[in-house]
Design a protein around this ligand. Structure first.
Ligand SMILES: *Cc1c(COP(=O)(O)O)cnc(C)c1O
Length: 362
């Protein structure tokens, strides 16, 4: 790695592509002859409007977002979306949630403040190490939407098949898998993602919402900022947006387009994940935590035979230049987050390190 950078396996904020960081560094003092840094620029200026518009246009191209969907750049990160979704989409006050781990549990707790939540499937019985069957869930007639966390960052599971929503609107938290593979936007009513996992700097969520779900008739006490329509009607410029995050995300969208789009990215991610999972499955010292068919290509939790050895591996890895491998406290063990920006060489180097560790200590 250049600049003495480490292979950073953080779950978020996480690595960004080196080429993108270099471009941003080159534009830091004077953005394309504007005489200022993007951080210093009016969000009402023509220069910034172009940055914003290109970011949206490039994201639309990358994901093939249909015309009847709005793209919103909203502050408050991922956590505010747990509230914004029920505030905006609960018309009848009833919603269905699939409980697959830490982040869907948070979404459920928040939604309960706004209406009735029905958990239609759960993998709590096996510490969220698999994706429950959602092929024929019991969905009430008056349910406003069905909600999933499509990739559980902490538990390391992914929906490789979307649930059968029986015609209800599907809402997905894609925070830790956004832009990691092609996505048929028309399958969803709303997709949202906190960008600090797989795209850019922290402090912003991207929301992709079907136009007919935007509403005027929310509870009149709803803060103006928390109505999706406020952002849809103003190109996400109702107030000062997170200009810096929009700019950095826009750079990443251009980078992904230049690298062949989401199909090419999905191929690279699958190859990268296979390097790690194949090793874990062949190891007698390390064990992958998640059922094979539900494994995430982004977050890979694994463990050694004991807590003490888990900690020893994390410390030895850190000393060898592999950062942030400690698992989340609710799962324990280790976790390697291998988002889009983690180079294949980083995963290969980690596997070499783990192999050697096993040989010497296993
Ligand atoms: C990180 C994360 C969140 C929360 O994001 P914040 O920006 O920290 O609020 C929500 N959902 C998932 C799947 C995440 O990985």
């Amino acid at each position: 790695m250049k600049y003495g950078r480490s292979y950073n396996f953080s779950a978020g904020p996480a690595m960004m592509p080196e080429e993108v960081l270099e471009e941003i560094a080159a534009e830091m003092m004077n953005y394309q002859g504007s005489g200022m840094c993007v951080m210093e620029m009016s969000h009402r200026s023509a220069v910034f409007q172009k940055i914003r518009d290109e970011a949206e246009a490039d994201l639309r191209t990358l994901m093939g977002i249909p015309e009847n969907y709005k793209v919103l750049f909203v502050q408050g990160g991922g956590t505010l979306e747990f509230a914004m979704v029920p505030m905006n989409l609960m018309k009848n006050g009833v919603a269905c949630y699939v409980e697959t781990g830490a982040w869907s549990k948070k979404a459920i707790a928040e939604a309960k403040k706004f209406g009735t939540v029905k958990v239609i499937a759960s993998s709590a019985d096996e510490n969220f190490s698999y994706i429950p069957d959602c092929s024929d869930p019991d969905i009430p007639e008056d349910a406003d939407y069905v909600y999933i966390c499509e990739n559980e960052t902490i538990n390391g599971t992914t929906f490789h098949t979307l649930p059968n929503t029986k015609g209800k609107v599907l809402v997905s938290d894609q925070s830790s898998m956004f832009l990691s593979r092609p996505c048929n936007v028309a399958d969803y009513g709303l997709i949202w993602a906190g960008v600090q996992k797989n795209v850019g700097p922290a402090g912003m969520a991207i929301v992709i919402i079907r136009e007919d779900l935007l509403r005027e008739d929310l509870d009149p006490r709803t803060p103006v900022y928390l109505n999706y329509k406020t952002h849809a009607d103003s190109d996400s410029l109702y107030n000062t947006p997170n200009c810096w995050a929009i700019y950095c995300c826009g750079k990443v969208f251009k980078y992904l387009l230049a690298k062949g789009g989401l199909e090419a990215q999905a191929r690279r991610n699958a190859e990268k994940a296979a390097v790690l999972y194949d090793f874990l499955d062949s190891s007698r010292f390390f064990t992958a935590a998640v059922r094979k068919e539900d494994r995430s290509f982004m977050n890979v939790p694994f463990r050694t035979p004991s807590k003490e050895q888990d900690a020893a591996v994390v410390a030895a890895a850190k000393a060898a230049g592999f950062d942030n491998l400690k698992g989340h406290k609710s799962v324990g063990g280790l976790r390697a987050s291998i988002y889009n920006a983690m180079p294949r060489e980083g995963v290969e180097a980690l596997v070499e390190f783990l192999k050697k560790y096993e040989k010497e200590n296993g």
